[in-house]
Design a protein. Structure first.
Lengths: 380, 92
């Protein structure tokens, strides 16, 4: 009996000890696995990252009283990289239309092959390198106003994207001045008549051959002469596919097309200065009944100042947009509150007007487009 | 045509090899300078602690393309950010 009691005691101690050892061992294994996973992730040649930005807000045009929560945008950006050889980037923009439908746009999707210290090859759909706004300033957490300057949104004078190939990179410093460049070749854009009768340059990259319309060649060259500043000039040349030949609706005609752009950015202390000009020129049609050629041009200048102690940033922006059918001018005052460097609440009031021919009389008529906007934007 | 293709391939391989030969050179001081000169031009600076070490690598390659950086400048900025991050995280 005594033996049995002693044996039971030993057995019980053994079970407890085994359980403790097993628990300790499993804890060690867990930590080992975690450390191993982290090490594997850090050292893996390839990997994936989800970045992007989103914004939500309200706008109200003064004379129309159409106030609503109409600023809803979510733009995830996918990054896949393989060592320092290749990086894929793709941005999808989700937004909600007035009828509640979800709109999805592929802003860009391109593979970038890093060829050497100074050059990478981009293939696919990429943001237009003409100017700076569409390429670098349009994300809502970067744009210091709740909306784009007039003429710099989709369907304006500024180009949105291209489908084609580009070589780009930074160049060696010369006399202490930093340089960078982009040269590209892409499919031709199209000239269309919208349902409301407006003539639109569709400056979005497409995969259409457009009856063999010649491709567009373009590029941008920029210098940073004093640090914190960039001065860029850009341009493109080629043909544009006119889809509205009046004498033969099925015929696509190629028309002369060129683009000029200039931009300046300067960040000094707490001041941030930005300015940009872009124009697209369409040659005259060979069709006597075709759409007239002309110039689409837009520009803006913006100054912002961050008051660090208060986390506030007042912004002032002036811009104009002009095409053969209309002219828009806008002065905007904004005030931002920075919860952090990538989470920003914005309020702005835009004083604007739009001049275009009256539909009935054909006489130029000017209407006010004053607008209040509020937005919360963040990047991730 | 074949000669052109061969020449292009050899050039590409040479370029890639050059890139690999340049690995592991990082000038943290230059990275700090380029970081302030280039990044702030477009956007508010992200804190080193905002992203993981791994995410910074993808973000820096993204910025290499967008900001027109050289590979050396990209590595320098990344080295500066990761050094700052390790100090903030207390891992150094």
């Amino acid at each position: 009996m005594k033996y049995l009691a002693q044996h039971s005691k030993v057995l019980m101690h053994s079970v407890i000890l085994s359980s403790m050892l097993a628990t300790m061992a499993s804890a060690d294994n867990g930590e080992d696995v975690t450390v191993l996973q982290v090490a594997q992730e850090q050292n893996a040649l390839s990997g994936f990252q989800l970045a992007g930005y989103a914004s939500f807000g309200y706008s109200n045009t003064k004379d129309v009283h159409d106030g609503s929560f109409d600023l809803v945008n979510f733009s995830p950006i996918f990054h896949y990289g393989y060592s320092d050889i290749l990086q894929f980037e793709g941005e999808v923009e989700f937004s909600i239309a007035a009828d509640g439908e979800t709109e999805i746009d592929m802003e860009y999707a391109a593979a970038n092959l890093f060829l050497n210290n100074y050059m990478s090859l981009t293939l696919g759909k990429f943001m237009s390198p003409i100017g700076q706004f569409r390429q670098n300033f349009h994300p809502s957490w970067i744009n210091k106003m709740p909306d784009a300057p007039v003429g710099f949104g989709h369907g304006g004078a500024a180009l949105s994207s291209n489908v084609g190939a580009a070589l780009r990179g930074g160049l060696p410093k010369v006399l202490g001045i930093r340089h960078n460049y982009v040269v590209y070749v892409s499919n031709a854009y199209t000239l269309e008549v919208a349902p409301d009768g407006d003539v639109d340059i569709v400056a979005e990259g497409s995969t259409a051959n457009n009856n063999g319309t010649a491709p567009t060649f373009g590029g941008r060259y920029a210098i940073d002469p004093i640090g914190g500043m960039e001065i860029g000039i850009s341009g493109a040349y080629g043909k544009i596919a006119d889809l509205n030949s009046s004498s033969n609706p099925d015929k696509i005609t190629a028309r002369d097309y060129n683009v000029l752009g200039a931009d300046l950015t300067y960040h000094i202390g707490n001041f941030d200065l930005r300015g940009e000009y872009v124009e697209q020129n369409i040659g005259e049609s060979t069709d006597p009944l075709g759409i007239e050629g002309g110039k689409w041009q837009a520009a803006y200048a913006q100054v912002a100042y961050q008051i660090d102690m208060l986390h506030l940033e007042p912004v002032l922006r002036y811009g104009f947009y002009k095409n053969p059918e209309l002219e828009q001018k806008q002065t905007a005052l904004g005030l931002n509150y920075l919860f952090s460097n990538n989470i920003i609440a914005k309020m702005a009031y835009e004083f604007g007007n739009r001049t275009s021919p009256d539909e009935d009389t054909g006489v130029d008529t000017t209407i006010k487009t004053d607008k209040f906007l509020a937005q919360l934007a963040f990047g991730f | 045509m074949k000669t052109l293709l061969k020449t292009t391939l050899i050039t590409l391989v040479f370029c890639l090899n050059t890139l690999h030969a340049e690995e592991n050179k990082a000038d943290v001081m230059n990275g700090a300078q380029v970081w302030t000169d280039v990044c702030m031009r477009c956007h508010n600076l992200r804190q080193p602690a905002d992203l993981s070490t791994r995410a910074w690598k993808f973000s820096m390659n993204h910025m290499r393309i967008r900001a027109g950086l050289t590979a050396d400048e990209t590595r320098d900025i990344q080295a500066f950010i990761l050094q700052s991050k390790s100090t903030v995280d207390g891992t150094q």
